[in-house]
Design a protein around this ligand. Structure first.
Ligand code: GNR
Ligand code: NI
Length: 168
């Protein structure tokens, strides 16, 4: 297994729209394993392939307390089943150190495939719903900072750019 490098805002590749996964093979399984290792090591609850600079439509997450409920979603799609918004303090491994309240639809139905290409559907609410919506945004080249004012977003960008210069 391997820890993958997580790219950070404002890296331009975070804006790429990921392409559907078409091969359900050992290579996909190894990528998923490496994404889980990377996510757990970074203490994240989710990780989209986009964040490790792989522009395929898949995400991993584990919102359980004990960090023992890994979930994989390949080629996910969502349908809003409860359009009322709910607010959650969001963070992102690609926007380290910043947390902001973001409003999203409360309850969603998610269709996806597993690592072998098997289709499944789940309904999600609470943190699971927030996390899936946050990860699918990544696959569409979107970040939680896009929901903020440009003033706030640019402040975050400038601070992260400064950090990135200082660490390289
Ligand atoms: O680890 C993460 N925590 C988190 C907290 C609130 C809302 C969304 C998230 S996802 C984030 C990991 C990440 O950046 N996934 O893309
Ligand atoms: Ni994120």
């Amino acid at each position: 297994m391997a820890i993958l490098k997580i790219i950070e805002f404002p890296h331009p590749n975070l804006r790429k729209v990921a392409a559907p996964v078409t091969s359900f093979d050992g290579k996909l399984e190894r990528l998923v394993e490496n994404m889980f290792e990377t996510m757990y090591e970074a203490n994240g609850i989710g990780l989209a392939a986009t964040q490790v600079d792989i522009h395929k439509r898949l995400l991993v997450l584990d919102v359980s307390e004990e960090k023992d409920k890994p979930q994989v979603f390949v080629n996910p799609s969502t349908e809003i089943i409860e359009p009322d918004l709910s607010e959650y303090d969001e963070g992102c491994l690609s926007v380290p150190g910043f947390y902001e309240k973001i409003s999203r639809p409360k309850k969603i139905r998610v269709g996806a495939q597993d690592c072998s290409g098997e289709k499944f559907t789940i309904d999600a609410e609470g943190i699971l719903s927030v996390c899936i919506q946050h990860e699918i945004d990544h696959l569409d080249g979107k970040l939680f900072v896009d929901y903020l004012s440009s003033l706030k977003r640019n402040r975050i960008r400038d601070k992260l750019q400064k950090d990135q210069k200082n660490s390289s």
